[in-house]
Design a protein around this ligand. Structure first.
Ligand SMILES: Cc1cc2nc3c(=O)[nH]c(=O)nc-3n(C[C@H](O)[C@H](O)[C@H](O)COP(=O)(O)O)c2cc1C
Length: 205
C-alpha cells in the first residue's frame, strides 16, 4: 500500500475511492444556472471525496441491480471509459467497483490537451470509447454514438462541478495520436473528448 500525492491509497496500481456522497448538494436548477466553462484553474488537488463524487456523477453506477450508470449510453453499450489523469499517472475509472485502475505511469496530463492551462489542472479526464463494445454497429454509428455518449458524461461532470464550486472545461482539442500512444490504446479504442477539472483560479485557499 502506498499513498499518492493526492492522498489516495494505492495498492498494486488500484485506488479504492471513498463511497460517493449521493445525497443533497445544490438543487439541479441552480446547477444549470451556474454551469459554464472555466479555463483558469488552480493547481490545488481535489480531495479524495470530491474525486469520488465527481467520477460517480460522471459515469457511476446509480442502479446496482443492473449496473447501469448516471449517464445513458446507446444500446446500453457503456462503451465510454473515463480515464483519470493526475500527477501520479493515468487510471481507468471502473464504475462497478468504484475504483481507479492504473493504465499508465507518470504524469501525462500535459498530453491530454494543447492549451496552456491543461498541464496545471489537477485532474484531466479523458473519454475513451471502446469500439469493440459496440457490437456490429457501422463505423458511422460507432462514431456518432460514442460522441453522444461521451457528451452525456461530460455534461454530468459540468453539472457536478457547477454544484460543487469546481471549474471545468470540456475539450476537443487533443493530440489523439500522442495521447493514445501514452495511454497504450489499441486500434479499437478511440479518444473522444477530454475535460479539465479543478478549483477555479484566484479563490482564497
Ligand atoms: C464538443 C466540445 C468541444 C470543445 N472543445 C474545447 C476545447 O478544445 N478547448 C476549449 O477551451 N473549450 C472547448 N469547448 C468548450 C466550448 O468552447 C464552450 O462550451 C463554449 O464556448 C460555450 O461556453 P460555456 O461552456 O461556458 O457555455 C468545447 C465544447 C464542446 C461541447
Amino acid at each position: 500500500m502506498s499513498m499518492t500525492g493526492t492522498g489516495l491509497a494505492q495498492e498494486s496500481g488500484t485506488i479504492k475511492l471513498p463511497p460517493p456522497e449521493t445525497e443533497g448538494g445544490m438543487p439541479l436548477m441552480q446547477a444549470l444556472k451556474a454551469r459554464h466553462s472555466v479555463r483558469e484553474l488552480d493547481s490545488k488537488l481535489l480531495p479524495p471525496q470530491v474525486l469520488s463524487n465527481l467520477l460517480w456523477a460522471a459515469s457511476g453506477v446509480n442502479r446496482p441491480a443492473s449496473g447501469q450508470r448516471t449517464a445513458p449510453s446507446a444500446h446500453d453499450w457503456r462503451e465510454i471509459d473515463v480515464v483519470v489523469t493526475i500527477a501520479e499517472g493515468a487510471y481507468r475509472y471502473d464504475p462497478p467497483t468504484h475504483t481507479l485502475i492504473r493504465v499508465a505511469a507518470g504524469d501525462i496530463r500535459p498530453l491530454t490537451g494543447v492549451q496552456d492551462f491543461v498541464a496545471a489542472a489537477p485532474v484531466n479526464l479523458v473519454y475513451v470509447a471502446d469500439l469493440e463494445r459496440m457490437n456490429e454497429a457501422s463505423a458511422d454509428d460507432k462514431a456518432f454514438y460514442s460522441a453522444t455518449d461521451a457528451g452525456f458524461i461530460a455534461q454530468n461532470v459540468y453539472l457536478y462541478c457547477a454544484a460543487a464550486g469546481l471549474a471545468a472545461v470540456v475539450r476537443g482539442l487533443v493530440d489523439r495520436d500522442a495521447l493514445g500512444t501514452a495511454l497504450g490504446l489499441g486500434r479499437h479504442r478511440r479518444i473522444i473528448l477530454a475535460q479539465s477539472v479543478g478549483y477555479p483560479a484566484g479563490r482564497a485557499r
